[in-house]
Design a protein around this ligand. Structure first.
Ligand code: SF4
Ligand code: SF4
Length: 389
């Protein structure tokens, strides 16, 4: 999550804050709760009292609750007048909660589960490819083929959550259609470790990074494709820092790779007459700078009428599903998703596309709760609809 800024310590960064309040402007938590103590500026002020003014460095349970009320969406960092890397600040604050044994159970249980299962669920990691049973024919090369050029890093949510299974099925069908020489890590894929980072468990992510990188190197992979924006961000921005050198792979979000396949004429979309809008996932857009590829895919499909949500690209508003907020405060996450789905519905689109399994799940749940006639799809699902025979 590092932005390559001049970040030093909680104490130093809290003193740099000039209390201008710019960070409050687009914060979904502050917009929802309205309390200064829930705003980025308010939390940084509280942290200054604790860490820079020598008040024992002890985080109170009340402040700990506020610290978990954050989706790590990055809007505050984008708007910070003092260029503080505020997401790293939140990670460090969450690390203090862990050190002081006042982190919520949702965090500690998730960390312990990841250490034992290597994924965010209770399922055995060996069942990572069970989603492929939804396919008419499971590709023979799906698990750990050496000699493949491309590895699809599926991610925990798409691997294990039934609603998200449509995404890897679509991705694999697209790769097959384009005759890509690909495989996956199968049961050897471990969580990318992003949830650990978001929980403040910075040390624990190291073994996940080392395992995943080594397995990919052993498989001789040249291109890693992810459909999860957080996996993409972690492989691109966090793993090189942990490993201490360039990894030797191209790491692409699936939307970027699909654009390449479209440009090479390996995928040819047919007409779809639909009005479509797009929700930028925070970890793909604002936190990784990928805005164009998903839009290029939508605009490559003949017949699509593409309309933007008023807040889009760097100003896009979070779906509520990031930063481990769902586990810590599910009602708050749902309230944020509701606001976003109502904004998307105002475009008049019949389909809301995203490029993230977590956004898709959050927004679909919100659309159902609001009884909106809005279909939620991943960009790979929509493209597959346009290219399948
Ligand atoms: S990362 Fe997003 S939710 Fe968290 S404080 Fe910043 S703007 Fe608010
Ligand atoms: S925008 Fe930056 S400097 Fe201004 S109050 Fe927020 S954290 Fe402090």
């Amino acid at each position: 999550m590092s932005t390559g800024s001049f970040y030093k310590t909680l104490a130093d960064e809290s003193l740099i804050c000039g209390r201008c309040g710019n960070c409050r402007r687009d914060c979904p938590i502050y917009q929802e709760l309205g309390w200064e103590s829930a705003s980025p500026r308010g939390k940084i002020s509280l942290a200054r009292e604790i860490f820079a003014r020598g008040q024992g460095e002890t985080v109170s349970p009340e402040f700990a609750e506020r610290i978990t009320q954050c989706t790590m969406c990055g809007a505050c960092t984008k708007n910070c007048a003092a260029r503080i890397d505020i997401q790293t600040f939140w990670q460090d604050l969450r690390g203090k909660m862990l050190e002081q044994n006042i982190a919520p159970k949702a965090y500690t249980a998730m960390i312990e589960n990841l250490k034992s299962k290597k994924n965010i669920t209770n399922f055995d990691n060996i069942t990572r490819l069970d989603w492929a049973e939804d396919m008419d024919e499971v590709p023979e090369n799906l698990a750990q083929e050496s000699g493949a050029e491309v590895a699809y890093f599926v991610g925990c949510v798409s691997s294990f959550f039934p609603r998200a299974a449509q995404i890897p099925v679509a991705v694999v069908q697209l790769l097959q259609k384009a005759e890509v020489n690909f495989t996956t890590m199968g049961g050897e894929e471990w969580c990318c470790g992003f949830p650990l980072l978001a929980a403040g468990a910075k040390a624990e992510i190291q073994q996940f990074a080392k395992h995943n990188v080594k397995k990919m190197q052993d498989m001789g992979i040249e291109i890693i494709v992810t459909s999860c924006p957080s996996c993409y961000h972690t492989w691109n921005h966090v793993y090189p820092e942990i490993i201490g050198e360039t990894l030797g792979f191209r790491v692409l979000h699936v939307s970027q790779y699909l654009v390449e396949l479209l440009e090479q004429g390996k995928l040819v979309p047919k007409e779809l007459t639909e009005t479509v809008t797009y929700h930028d996932p925070c970890d793909l857009g604002r936190n990784s700078g990928v805005y164009g590829a998903p839009r290029q895919i939508l605009q490559s499909i003949p017949g699509i009428d593409f309309v933007e949500i008023p807040t889009n690209s760097a100003d896009s508003v979070c779906c509520g599903g990031g930063g481990n907020l769902q586990g810590a405060d599910g009602a708050l996450a749902d309230a944020i998703a509701k606001k976003r789905i109502l904004e998307a519905a105002q475009t008049g689109a019949g389909i809301l596309v995203s490029a993230c399994q977590q956004c898709e799940q959050m927004l679909e749940k919100a659309a159902r709760a609001e009884k909106l006639p809005l279909q939620i799809m991943d960009v790979s699902e929509l493209l597959w609809l346009a290219v399948e025979d």
